[in-house]
Design a binder for this molecule. Sequence first.
Ligand code: 4NP
Length: 153
Amino acid sequence: MKKVLMVCLGNICRSPLAEGILKSKVDTSKVFVDSAGTAAYHEGELPDSRSIQVARRYHIDLTDQRARKFVVEDFDKFDFIYAMDQSNYYNIELLARDEEDTAKVKMILNESYPNQDRQVPDPYYGGDQGFENVYNMLNEACEIIKVHLENEG
Ligand code: 4NP
């Protein structure tokens, strides 16, 4: 079983969307997908209502998700850890114990735009269009992640 973890800051806007989108594309009996935040501000909360709404428009339900903080044990549990932006990447890397841990961490948009270190903008303080934009970026990246996961058997 391949295990993929999506990580943002609060685990209420971007990474819940990434989790829901990837789950909708893969066989979840073969791929385990979860998400976490580098901060604990929203621990135990549902995803942001704007993330829930944009996902719902694409027939993806996020309401079984609850926010949690990224913990060092996630390096042991997951094969691939996707950061939404540079700050998430840096905060995850700070917890890495060795090079094996570090090698698991990738910027998610490097899947769709290799080596460009593009970031998924934080939509928290913006309007609904920001969430649609984030959805589209994540959908494109997750389509590629899905193909990689399938090709790797
Ligand atoms: P996320 O967005 O990292 O995509 O979940 C945010 C959610 C909450 C906060 C910041 C970003 N916050 O400052 O509470």
